[in-house]
Design a protein around this ligand. Structure first.
Ligand SMILES: [Zn+2]
Length: 111
C-alpha cells in the first residue's frame, strides 16, 4: 500500500480507528495465558509407557492472575482446540489494541 501525504490526516486516523474497533468486536473470546507441554512419570511399576522412558505428556494452559498462577490441564482435544483458539484471539486483540493506541497517541499529540 502506497503512503500518500493524506495518510495521517485526521479523517483518515478516525476512519482507521473505526475499522480497528469493528475488528475488535469481531474477535472471539480471548484468554490471556500460555500453553505448555508437560511430561511426567506416573511412578506405577506396571506402566509400560514409563518403563519405556516415554512417560505421559499433555498440554496445559497457564494463566497468572494477581500473581497467582493457574494451570489447567487440556485433557481433551476439544479443550486443547478451544484454549489455542482463545489464546490466539487474545494475541489478535493485543495487536489491534496496540494499533489503536498508536492512533490515539497521534490524535492526542495533534492540535
Ligand atoms: Zn506411567
Amino acid at each position: 500500500m502506497a503512503k500518500s501525504k493524506q495518510g495521517k490526516s485526521l479523517p483518515n486516523l478516525y476512519r482507521k480507528r473505526r475499522e480497528l474497533l469493528k475488528k475488535l468486536h469481531s474477535i472471539g473470546p480471548p484468554v490471556r495465558g500460555s500453553i505448555y507441554q508437560y511430561s511426567r512419570f506416573c511412578g506405577k511399576k506396571s506402566c509400560r509407557r514409563c518403563q519405556r522412558g516415554e512417560g505421559h505428556s499433555g498440554l496445559f494452559l497457564s494463566v497468572s492472575i494477581e500473581r497467582k498462577t493457574h494451570m489447567v490441564s487440556l485433557s481433551t482435544s476439544s479443550k486443547e482446540e478451544r484454549a489455542k483458539e482463545w489464546s490466539s484471539n487474545y494475541k489478535e486483540l493485543q495487536k489491534i489494541v496496540e494499533k489503536i493506541t498508536r492512533i490515539n497517541l497521534e490524535l492526542l499529540s495533534g492540535k
